[in-house]
Design a protein around this ligand. Structure first.
Ligand SMILES: [Zn+2]
Length: 276
């Protein structure tokens, strides 16, 4: 599943190339998760004015020829990838959305079709507004402080791992990144969220940022190896301390890494290095 770093690297790959492009045509393939929400022909002549991101959504801000505002909210679902193609071959069986522009064809390839492309008058309106309204802060938002996290976790008995993963406090800490950040911060993933002290909250945020930042950097470098942006990035080759390493020696204390299930997801952790 594409995680926030993959989505951010995709966004960066489109910046500059797509901004200023005018929409020539919109081709829809098989239905995605939700309908487009506008007659595709109405978008002809609209200009892409910004390529933004919120959580794992990309927002293409658009301006119509008559000055109308709007945008397309794009989610890659479980298996989607976006490519900007100079010369697009005919759409394949898994290509379900083409935005044909004066700067190339933005194509969504999504074999499992959990992805979505949805029009809204703004990020706050219509279906985009609904999809985004419960998202937590961006990981690099200055408002995300130890104090903020501490206040939001107060009284919550759910485990800190699940509180991170829920995405309603901070977005982007997907399963790999949550496991790795908790390891680096020395926090036992089973700790009830409300019991994490303020200093440990501050440390945890630092580690969430560090892990996501590293993944973005790795993605950025692997992206340059692609001849075009069309391809499945998969998970970036982050060197993990614990994720996917059940039974292997902890890279710090050499004790075996453990795997448990929390909220139906695997959690990997070191019972020595991570404390309650
Ligand atoms: Zn250890």
């Amino acid at each position: 599943m594409p995680e926030l770093p993959e989505v951010e690297v995709t966004r960066r790959s489109l910046l500059g190339r797509l901004e200023g492009a005018r929409i020539v045509a919109v081709h829809l393939g098989k239905p995605l998760r939700w309908p487009l929400g506008i007659d595709a022909e109405e978008l002809h002549g609209w200009e892409v004015v910004e390529v933004a991101r919120r959580g794992k959504y990309i927002w293409l801000a658009l301006r119509g020829a008559a000055g109308q505002h709007g945008g397309l909210l794009i989610h890659l679902g479980m298996s989607g990838s976006l490519g900007l193609l100079g010369k697009a071959p005919p759409a394949g069986v898994h290509d379900h959305f083409d935005l044909v522009t004066t700067r190339g064809v933005l194509r969504l390839n999504d074999p499992r079709r959990f992805g979505a492309v949805v029009f809204g008058e703004s990020m706050l309106a219509g279906l985009p507004g609904k999809l985004l309204e419960n998202l937590g802060l961006e990981p690099f938002d200055e408002a995300l402080t130890g104090e903020y996290l501490h206040a939001r976790l107060k009284g919550r008995s759910v485990s800190i791992k699940q509180a991170l993963l829920a995405g309603d406090i901070v977005v982007g800490a997907g399963n790999i990144y949550a496991c790795e950040a908790l390891f680096r911060a020395g926090v036992d993933p089973r700790l009830p969220a409300g019991k994490l002290s303020k200093p440990r909250c501050t440390r945890l945020i630092q580690e969430v940022r560090a892990v996501l930042g590293e993944a973005m950097d790795k993605g950025g470098s692997s992206l340059r190896n692609f001849k075009d942006a069309h391809g499945t990035f998969g998970h970036f080759q982050l060197t993990t301390f614990v994720y996917g390493r059940e039974g292997e020696p902890c890279r710090v204390c050499a004790n075996p890494v453990r795997r448990i299930i929390q909220g139906q997801r695997s959690t990997f952790y070191c019972p020595i290095c991570q404390k309650k």
